[in-house]
Design a protein around this ligand. Structure first.
Ligand SMILES: [Zn+2]
Ligand SMILES: [Zn+2]
Length: 116
């Protein structure tokens, strides 16, 4: 009788352990999938694959003017290259419909404007 009880206990703990292991494994797998998505998204952003809500391609490279220090430059519009300013912008305007496209790197600030 004692042996049966012991066997039951052991098999029950084993089942619990297995179930927990499965759950943790699943959680880990989900995390890996999510991480892969993040990496893919970051790669897209780095390739300049920005799009406005209507699907127009938005380039983060162009000629910009900083609204803080009036510095003008050609290049990435996310940050003012003036070393005395270094303002960042939270969004750029779509060249087609003027819809704002969020900065995938920074979500605060807002002092750089594109000039065309
Ligand atoms: Zn500036
Ligand atoms: Zn657009």
């Amino acid at each position: 009788m004692h042996l049966m009880l012991w066997l039951l206990k052991v098999s029950f703990s084993l089942a619990v352990l297995l179930f927990e292991g499965l759950c943790w494994g699943l959680t880990g797998l989900l995390q890996v999938v999510r991480l892969a998505g993040e990496v893919r998204g970051a790669r897209q952003r780095l390739q300049g694959g920005l799009h406005c809500p209507r699907g127009h391609a938005v380039s983060a490279f162009g000629t910009f003017e900083c609204t803080l220090c009036q510095f003008r430059w050609t290049g990435s519009g996310w940050v003012c290259p003036n070393p005395a300013c270094e303002a960042t912008t939270p969004f750029l305007a779509c060249p087609v419909c003027r819809a704002s496209v969020r900065n995938p790197y920074i979500y605060e600030g807002g002092n750089v404007r594109e000039v065309r």
